[in-house]
Design a protein around this ligand. Sequence first.
Ligand code: FAD
Length: 300
Amino acid sequence: LDTPLFSGLKGDISASFEFFPPKTEKMEAKLWDAIQELVPLGPGFVSVTYGAGGSTRERTHATVSRIIREARIPAAAHLTCVAASKAEIREVAEQYWQEGVRHIVALRGDNGEPGAAFEPHPDGYANAMELVAGLKDIADFDISVAAYPETHPDATCPEADIDNLKRKLDAGASRAITQFFFSPETFFRFRDAAAKQGIDAPIIPGILPVTNVAQARKFASQCGAKIPDWMDGLFEGLDQRPAARQLVAATIAAELCRRLYAGGVRDFHFYTLNRADLTYAICHMLGMRPETNNVTEVAA
Ligand code: FAD
């Protein structure tokens, strides 16, 4: 009982932070505040998502370029192949390479309503595995791909989903980043099953600090993740108490990370939702400390 909960942590973790491209100037200022807060923690990389069907192509590009230019940290661009021809993908990828982007998170993406069958572009890539191979053909990108501890909804069974992951890695990806999940056992089972099916590349858990269960549940239902019932109980009665919700969210996510750490995990990918506070607090509890005070100092 005397052992402090986080006492075993040695600060030997590596974190990456995911952002989404801002829509407005106000959102851009907020994103940049978050980046300034988080960059001093020395992330292995940060990544910027690609809107459904490539809808944020320009904004993703602008955000990644700005991070590389001003924050001077490795930034990965998410890129989906849905609704794009191979020629369009080539154009985007070549531009990234020219601007110094060396890391791509290669994804299939989704078209139409969640749950609708995936329809590849007639001149495009049929899935993420083909996209990875295509990107490797364009330039020697470092490529990350998606993995699903609770199985992707399109997969016929968990084994087929892991086979698909293996094909993406065999096609040239170096690591997998997972969809969010809330039980460490789910991740460990997935990691073991992947190892059994011959995967030895790093599988990085994706951590989503949840402050709004209803919203998270809606999103989870579209991507094959589950929100456990106990989480509803923890947020019960907190609708009008945002500060308490933040504290609960940080505690849940930090505890998940602590248990993942105890199971050997050292790399964590945080879905920041463009807000620094929660992710910063969780990283702090995991033993991370700022290397410098702000982005200006990093840039200097
Ligand atoms: P794939 O790996 O191509 O396939 C998805 C599933 O289909 C597989 O798991 C597999 O079960 C099945 N499948 C595919 N090919 C075959 C085959 N030949 N035979 C049998 N089964 C097959 N979406 C965005 O729009 N923008 C983003 O920026 C974005 N970032 C993401 C980041 C992470 C870390 C994660 C986990 C997801 C992200 N997504 C993003 C969501 C992603 O686009 C969707 O989950 C999409 O439905 C699947 O993409 P994928 O790259 O996993 O697809």
